[in-house]
Design a protein around this ligand. Sequence first.
Ligand code: AMP
Ligand code: ZN
Length: 135
Amino acid sequence: MDCLFCKIVNKELPSKVLYEDDKFVCFMDINPHTKGHCLVIPKEHAENFTALDNDTVGEFAKLVHRIAPQVAGMMKADAYNVGMNNGAAAGQVIGHVHWHIIPRYRNDGLEYWGINEEEVSKLDERFTELDGKIK
Ligand code: AMP
Ligand code: ZN
């Protein structure tokens, strides 16, 4: 399988690894949105969040919870975003699940979620499709 992030895991491609254990790697994003932007990935290939098993999600979230404040703290950031794009329409470009850690700085000018006012104004806030249907 030709996966860029699997190649990073296998050290077939260079990356700036910040943290690694037997199941996960954290490395610098090659095209950072802010200073300190890094990615956390499971070593085992999975396309997206949905494809992960529940136990792995738990470990993944705990790791990001541990790492993100450290990254933000070491970068002397004011805050941070953690975010994940799942599927092309959500902005996922690399098909190996990854959690972005994006340190934020007051007035850094980053528009993390661009909102299209016109599209948003057309939304019906009731979303009845969801009512009582989440298992
Ligand atoms: P996404 O749009 O959520 O799929 O994000 C993919 C991220 O991977 C982007 O922020 C890219 O800058 C980053 N990226 C792509 N190639 C590499 C690479 N070789 N090393 C590190 N980060 C990368
Ligand atoms: Zn992969």
